[in-house]
Design a protein around this ligand. Structure first.
Ligand SMILES: [Mn+2]
Length: 339
């Protein structure tokens, strides 16, 4: 896909005739969404100086990602609707990164739907929706950041990547692979990491900025989850954690605080499936995160079939409409009937 010269040519043509573009990524932006978007912005600005490039996220970035170059200039739709909408009115090209369907942009997606601006998808999730004009979708990629890197190389080359862009890409690569412990199955991904180091990335410094920036409350919330909230279901080789809005509030929850919690139960020997259920802020639904280990359980399928979501084979997410208790019972029932 990516390597099809015809796609790169089509992208070049679109970029050549565009004047203003928007780079958008998914709600509750994570390291890959932010890293890929900001790196893509940086690359486009270097490669197409006449092109205006703005980045927009549906809601705010977690604190630990705000140091990345360009993060301060990124628009947040939830905070500045008018600024985003007036830019959408004048922009003529949209990039959607790290998502496989426009609805992952939530309200920002609805704002975009008002105008028929050509849309380019750059993503590594399974099954992209058929609502894009040009699609770079490769589920074999570790991260959208890796795909952005490969596209940048195919378009123009490494010399147009600044140290700031390299850091952004490294954040995406590191966070989407759990610091190179999953989704890294080719030597090429490690070569990319090496290239990024040559571009000036101090990997220890980046890792520290991302992983050593938690609040005391977040650490205590994690302790609470593991001690009091994790439910192990050895018969189904599964475990899950569920958190009510009240619990999140009691621990001063900030966006991004539960990042990584869902992976924790997978450290238990023989547990191959893990879930995290968190009550949404407006209490209208339960946010569902699913993880699996190995090649037997597709949480992408589970999320699609039961939780109106999807993602990757081993990492997916979705929603449950109902109470937390009902969600737990629903999940346990899936285990009983399908595993
Ligand atoms: Mn990703």
């Amino acid at each position: 896909m990516l390597h099809q010269a015809i796609h790169i040519q089509a992208l070049q043509d679109m970029l050549g005739s565009a004047e203003r573009c928007l780079v958008a990524s998914h709600v509750n932006p994570d390291g890959d969404a932010v890293g890929a978007s900001l790196a893509w912005r940086s690359y486009l600005r270097a490669a197409y100086p006449a092109l205006e490039v703005r980045v927009a996220f549906p809601n705010r970035l977690p604190e630990f990602l705000r140091w990345i170059e360009g993060a301060e200039q990124a628009l947040v739709y939830a905070d500045s609707k008018e600024a985003v909408e007036s830019y959408i009115k004048i922009c003529d090209l949209v990039f959607c990164l790290d998502l496989n369907a426009i609805d992952r942009l939530e309200a920002l997606g609805e704002a975009l739907a008002d105008r028929s601006i050509p849309r380019v998808l750059i993503d590594h999730h399974l099954k992209p929706a058929e609502e894009f004009d040009l699609v770079f979708s490769d589920a074999s990629m570790s991260s959208t950041s890796e795909l952005v890197y490969r596209i940048a190389l195919a378009l123009g080359g490494k010399s147009l990547l600044t140290k700031g862009a390299a850091e952004a890409l490294y954040v995406g690569l590191m966070t989407d692979t759990g610091s190179f412990s999953f989704n890294v199955n080719t030597p090429e991904t490690f070569r990319m990491a090496a290239d990024l180091m040559e571009l000036g990335v101090d990997k220890d410094e980046v890792a520290s900025k991302i992983y050593d920036s938690y609040s005391e409350k977040r650490m205590r919330l994690l302790g609470h989850c593991l001690l009091n909230k994790m439910r192990a279901l050895p018969k189904h080789k599964a475990a899950y954690i569920s958190l009510s809005r009240k619990e999140l509030d009691d621990f001063g929850f900030q966006p991004g605080d539960t990042e990584g919690f869902v992976n924790m139960p997978l450290s238990i020997k023989k547990v191959t499936l893990s879930a995290l259920f968190t009550e949404s802020q407006d209490k209208t639904h339960i946010r569902v995160s699913l993880r699996s280990k190995g090649k037997d359980i597709s949480v992408n399928e589970m999320a699609r079939k039961h939780f109106k979501g999807g993602g990757h084979f081993n990492a997916s997410g979705g929603k449950y409409f109902g109470s937390l208790e009902d969600c737990e019972a629903y999940f346990e029932n899936i285990l009983k009937t399908e595993f």
